[in-house]
Ligand binder design. Structure first.
Ligand code: AMP
Ligand code: GLY
Length: 417
């Protein structure tokens, strides 16, 4: 019966794709999105509440008899949105704060993997600069150094020289302007990366289709790391055998381990994996849908996504069905991203495209769509194969007019060029 009301929390392209998938559900009558964006507004009613304003979101859910709330961004999980909703008897799809640590604390994730023999890079954690430097300088390059602390944005440095490694350690361990940090130093793993997102409910794991992200800003995988400049699905080098290994040896044992540790996971567990010569290994876990992977994965879901979310909340079985279509999405980002950029540039030509366009950071101003973020739009082409999907996306991008945007025309190059 088409009578369910859903609240989606978030505002980026990932949330647009979730809203789009929910709009295809035979059960969903009404979708709200807090706070949403200009594109999401075409499919959901926007609610002017921020993603971390848990009390207001809970009040909205109660007053509007929301059947299910889907949480997009990590920030909302980290402030305990799901914990609070559950206290109030509200149904929310996403992990509680303690389980979301698998993303927010690198060391928590690394310890869990070590304890339960989940394949990942070897590591050491440090809070002293001198000890970290001595360790890194005694090992081969490249050095993989990951910040582990509350200050976001310092992220991960893969240093090709000892000077770069030293600079990263100084930044992460000696500059305490954001608070005191720790670092995790990892073995360098070589191989192609892929993203394996699974809906998880305690020990139950419902795998989603594979995707690959492109993290560097510029063509040829050059330039700074970004949130992701494009993605595609399926991923040809992830064979059935690799998928089986990733599911049985990585995702399922991780779900089990979280239960055993007293922090059962419910929501999307995102495995950032790398296919090494010894098989897939974990680079990172996220506690949420990936962005931009979600924008190429969810359109391939042919079964009811509401049913999947609902089943996961209760721990019921749920089969998923995926289309054979190939999807490839290209991000249009503001010039200057991931550094500083301007906002408010008018975007024209959106109505003429046949690709699906997910809005990542847009606003509406006097009836026009304008840029309002670093990543602005994701243009998702589709076809029988990835080459067709890319062609469609690139042709559509050519008809979208905005001087303030740039994109990578080589998304999919690892498997196409
Ligand atoms: P993360 O934020 O942990 O996903 O790391 C960002 C990027 O750094 C990854 O997408 C990889 O390209 C790279 N990276 C992280 N850890 C490793 C590792 N142990 N070996 C090789 N590359 C890595
Ligand atoms: N695309 C990587 C992420 O969502 O973290």
């Amino acid at each position: 019966m088409k009578n369910k009301k859903v609240l989606v929390v978030g505002s980026g392209g990932r949330c647009h794709a979730i809203v789009d998938a929910l709009s295809r559900s035979p059960q969903v009558e009404k979708i709200y999105c807090a706070p949403g964006n200009a594109g999401i507004a075409q499919q959901a009613e926007r609610v002017a509440i921020g993603v971390e304003d848990v009390e207001k979101l809970a009040e909205f859910a109660q007053q509007n008899a929301i059947d299910l709330t889907v949480v997009g961004p990590e920030a909302a999980l980290a402030v305990g949105l799901v914990d609070r909703f559950e206290e109030l008897g509200l149904r929310a799809f996403g992990p509680k704060k303690a389980a979301a640590q698998i993303e927010s604390s690198k060391e928590f994730a690394k310890r869990l993997m070590a304890k339960y023999a989940i394949p990942t890079a070897g590591y050491e954690a440090f809070d002293s600069y001198d000890a970290a430097k001595e360790y890194v300088f005694g090992r081969p390059l490249p050095a993989v150094i990951k910040y582990d602390g509350l200050a976001a944005g310092k992220g991960v440095v893969v240093a090709e020289s000892y000077d770069d490694a030293d600079a990263a350690l100084k930044d992460m361990l000696l500059d305490e302007s954001f608070g005191k940090g720790r670092v995790v130093v990892e073995d360098f793993l070589a191989g192609p990366e892929f993203s394996f997102m699974c809906v998880v409910s305690g020990e139950k794991v419902y795998p989603l289709a594979m995707a690959q992200d492109h993290k560097r800003a510029y063509e040829g995988d050059k330039g700074p790391n970004t949130g992701g400049m494009g993605a595609y699905s399926p991923v040809p080098f992830v064979t059935a055998e690799v998928e089986e290994f990733a599911l049985e040896r990585i995702m399922k044992p991780t779900a089990k381990a979280m239960v055993a540790e007293g922090v059962p996971f419910k929501g999307v567990l995102y495995g950032g994996l790398i296919l090494t010569a010894e098989g897939p290994k974990v680079i990172e876990f996220n506690a949420r849908f990936g962005d931009p992977e979600t924008e190429v994965v969810l359109p391939r879901l042919e079964s009811d996504i509401y049913e999947l979310f609902d089943a996961a909340i209760d721990g019921r079985d749920c089969d998923t069905k995926w289309s054979d279509e190939a999807l490839l999405g290209i991000v249009l980002a503001s010039k200057g991203y991931p550094g500083s950029y301007t906002k408010g540039a008018v975007i024209e030509g959106l109505s003429g495209v046949s690709s699906t366009v997910y809005h990542m950071g847009t606003a509406e101003k006097e009836g026009e769509i304008v840029t309002a973020g670093g990543r602005v739009l994701m243009v998702v082409g589709r076809g029988k194969n990835l080459a067709e999907a890319r062609k469609m996306a690139l042709e559509d991008i050519a008809s979208i007019k905005c001087d303030e945007l740039f994109f990578r025309s080589d998304i999919g190059h690892k498997v196409l060029d």
